[in-house]
Design a protein around this ligand. Structure first.
Ligand SMILES: C[S@@+](CC[C@H](N)C(=O)[O-])C[C@H]1O[C@@H](n2cnc3c(N)ncnc32)[C@H](O)[C@@H]1O
Length: 272
């Protein structure tokens, strides 16, 4: 007999993990993302997901799918060159990325806040190569749980925009000091995306927390000056969505489009 659905009641930033899961499952159902496990996980959770429905003809889910495909592609590229890598996924929520990018050799360490980890462990239990930790990304304690005998990539998807700029800078420099040689992959929110969300309130019943860290040209310059972050560059957005791809190619429009830019860097190498 199937297990009864797991009841979920999250608020604040942890609740946004459910929002993202809903977007990925919607994209998977409409053929914009290859992620059957997201659909399965959604079905296992007892949660009023209908409050995340948006009247924008599936564009939100497609934008999320594009972000996810972009991060997956960057991750696969690192994994191809370092097949025994440990991926540390900070603020992982209900992501099913391990199953999308697994090469049957890598190790996976998930970190999220205790209330999210308690639910994640029910629906996405640890396996022989995957482990879940409860804690805060802002507290460097998690770095002591990362074995140094393997290459490391830290990924932070949908996490950093909820911190203030100084806190983001503090975390990135601490990780560079504590895990030198690791790759870092993170996404951000651009100013047009924040403006669109502020202009277009979501349906009744759901008010996500504001994004407090936006990456524009000035912030990118500041990130490049942080000690221990080398080769910081934006990863090309993945293809796979004709409409979004066409819009990006319209001259002058690209910088005006709402987007989740994805960045990659190498940590600590300038200090090594
Ligand atoms: C927008 S969700 C992203 C979830 C997942 N990475 C994804 O892309 O679907 C933000 C996640 O960050 C987690 N989070 C917020 N603050 C955190 C912190 N201080 N340490 C670790 N995780 C945190 C939340 O619990 C939530 O799971």
């Amino acid at each position: 007999m199937d297990a009864p659905p797991t009841k979920v009641e999250l608020t604040g930033v942890p609740e946004t993990a459910l929002w993202n899961l809903y977007q990925r499952a919607s994209a998977a159902r409409t053929g914009h993302l290859d992620d059957p496990r997201a659909v399965e996980v959604l079905a296992r959770l007892d949660c009023p997901f209908e409050r995340f429905d948006l009247p924008y003809r599936g564009l939100t889910a497609r934008l999320h799918a594009q972000r996810v495909r972009t991060v997956d592609a960057a991750l696969r590229q690192v994994v191809a060159g370092a097949p025994d890598v440990t991926v540390v996924a900070l603020g992982e929520g209900f992501e099913t990325q391990f199953w999308r990018v697994d090469n049957k050799r890598l190790r996976w360490l998930t970190l999220d806040l205790p209330e999210v980890v308690a639910v994640r462990r029910e629906v996405l239990p640890d396996g022989p190569r995957s482990r879940t930790l409860a804690g805060s990304a802002a507290d460097a304690e998690w770095t002591t749980q990362v074995g140094r005998e393997r290459p490391v990539i830290i990924s932070a998807q949908g996490l950093l925009p909820y911190f203030g700029r100084d806190e983001v800078h503090r975390m990135l420099t601490a990780w560079a000091r504590l895990l030198p040689g690791a790759w870092l992959l993170f996404d951000a929110v651009n100013a047009p995306l924040q403006a669109v969300r502020r202009r277009n309130p979501l349906p009744d019943g759901y008010r996500p927390p504001d994004w407090t860290w936006i990456v524009d040209a000035d912030e990118l310059r500041q990130l490049r000056e942080l000690p221990g972050l080398t080769d910081l560059h934006e990863v090309p957005q993945a293809g796979g969505d004709r409409l979004l791809g066409l819009l990006r190619r319209v001259p002058g429009l690209k910088s005006q489009l709402p987007a989740f830019p994805v960045f990659q860097a190498r940590l600590g190498l300038d200090a090594a």
